[in-house]
Design a protein around this ligand. Structure first.
Ligand SMILES: Cc1cc2nc3c(=O)[nH]c(=O)nc-3n(C[C@H](O)[C@H](O)[C@H](O)COP(=O)(O)OP(=O)(O)OC[C@H]3O[C@@H](n4cnc5c(N)ncnc54)[C@H](O)[C@@H]3O)c2cc1C
Length: 428
């Protein structure tokens, strides 16, 4: 029998997850990546001089069970820590106060951990949001209530990277249902950074399993014959595929649109603006939310502070240093309360990372979804596949599902156009 090899294109989280899943079953995998490094949208930037920082802050919730299983598989679970075990400090520009709130609805049994303005009626709205069958914009479902500003908008933008006025209630509902499980609202961040605590451990595990990573290899075209992929045209080589070989395209939707223009894929995206200020921070990471300001989330590390502005369409094209100056004035007084030497009039060096297509736009209308197996030996993966919020969790889940779908098709000899019908939420 011919050996079966799985060629995985794209070494972001979906591709890394697919490679782990293939090799966990004893299979042989090859990873091809266009960039000089793995990690994709989830990476650490290491300039020649100065400080290193992630492209943007990434958080996980204890509810992200596939992402945590990924960390377990690469022995990196202990590297992700809970910066705010006593509840998330949220600074409101409107009231000038900082309060800790719980992220799990169970924590709201303690009145001190309840979001400001949360009443019994709001709990009903949240339940409707979590279990509604119709897809509506989140803000329409909640209505003009204080929790829209204090809880729902920040949560929606953080989870879906789409403003609540447009965001899909079903996708957010899916995340809220997961947060209902006791303990699942714990928020985790990488202790040191995404490369050190996520990507490098994954690559080490894959190296031990004999998976080569070929960087600088952009997939230019998929060569096909009779509904099968027979070759991959990469930057400087063409890989011929054997009769048993299979391919996973773990790529963003715009690359799938270029390679396979006939497939329906999402074509609207939302940016995230990230600003990293170099200053003497704190030994242990802290994580602070802001409402009523441009700044939304602030992660304090030992040598820098990172600010996230999600769903950043209104600022992404502005001069980055101007926005950095504005945001520094917003956050400096609160940073001082947390023990940092931050002077609003003396802004430290700032690096601005604009991720213009950080995620797909997750609005309340059905998103185009291609078949999971567009060719008999090709599966798609990526955070944009399926109905989960587009995050590390969905990327990891999609990588695993691509491997499962290829295995299923092989065993049952299904025709090539298996519709995308796996119920992703239940898989997690
Ligand atoms: C600033 C920012 C903050 C975020 N915050 C969070 C968060 O807090 N929590 C969370 O869970 N998620 C967060 N996300 C989302 C998360 O980063 C993504 O969901 C996840 O990284 C997507 O992984 P992926 O493998 O699907 O895609 P990608 O990471 O895009 O991986 C695709 C890979 O394919 C490569 N590639 C592209 N074209 C080709 C080609 N033709 N040939 C070969 N290789 C190619 C790319 O270089 C890339 O490495 C954030 C994203 C951003 C940008």
């Amino acid at each position: 029998m011919m050996a079966r090899r799985t060629h995985i294109v794209g070494a972001g989280l979906a591709g890394l997850s697919a490679a782990l899943a293939v090799t966990a079953e004893g299979g042989e995998a090859f990873l091809y990546e266009a960039a000089p490094q793995a990690g994709g949208r989830c990476r650490t930037i290491q300039p020649g001089a100065g400080f290193c920082h992630d492209n943007g802050t990434h958080v996980l919730f204890a509810a992200n069970r596939r992402a945590l299983a990924f960390l377990d598989a690469v022995k990196a679970r202990h590297r992700w820590i809970e910066p705010e075990p006593g509840g998330l400090p949220i600074h409101s520009a409107r009231s000038g106060r900082t309060r800790r709130i719980g992220l799990s609805p169970w924590s709201w049994l303690n009145p001190a951990r309840r979001p400001e303005g949360l009443g019994l009626f709001d709990l009903g709205c949240l339940l409707r949001l979590a279990f509604s069958s119709a897809d509506r914009p989140v803000a329409d479902l909640i209505g003009e209530r204080p929790i829209l500003e204090n809880l729902i908008e920040p949560l929606t933008v953080a989870v879906l990277n789409t403003p609540a006025a447009d965001a899909s209630s079903q996708r957010l509902g899916c995340a809220i249902r997961r947060l209902l499980r006791p303990g699942s609202g714990r928020l985790l961040v990488a202790r040191h950074g995404l490369n050190e605590d996520l990507v490098e451990p994954a690559l080490r595990t894959l190296t031990k399993r004999g998976v080569p990573l070929l960087t600088g290899q952009r997939l230019r075209a998929v060569l096909t014959n009779n509904n099968r992929a027979i070759g991959l045209a990469l930057s400087d080589r063409t890989v011929a595929l054997g009769p048993e070989d299979q391919v996973i395209l773990a790529l963003p939707p715009w690359e799938i649109a270029r390679l396979m223009p006939e497939l329906p894929v999402p074509d609207r995206f939302e940016p995230i603006l990230n600003i990293h200020y170099r200053l003497c921070g704190l030994d242990r990471p802290r994580f602070i939310g802001f409402t009523g300001t441009l700044a939304q989330w602030v992660l304090v590390r030992d040598d820098h502070v990172s600010v996230t502005v999600s769903a950043a369409a209104s600022v992404i094209d502005r001069d980055g240093q101007e926005v950095a100056a504005l945001i520094w004035r917003e956050i400096a007084p609160t940073l001082r309360v947390f023990g940092l030497e931050a002077d609003a009039d003396r802004q430290p060096e700032a690096r601005v990372v604009k991720e213009k297509r950080a995620t797909i736009r997750q609005a309340a209308s059905p998103l185009p979804q291609p078949p999971l197996l567009p060719l008999s030996n090709v599966a798609l993966a990526g955070d944009w596949i399926g109905s989960l919020p587009a995050t590390i969790e969905s990327a990891v889940t999609a990588g695993e599902q691509a491997v499962a779908a290829l295995g299923h098709a092989r065993r049952t000899r299904l025709p090539a156009s298996l519709p995308h019908s796996l119920k992703v939420e239940d898989a997690a």
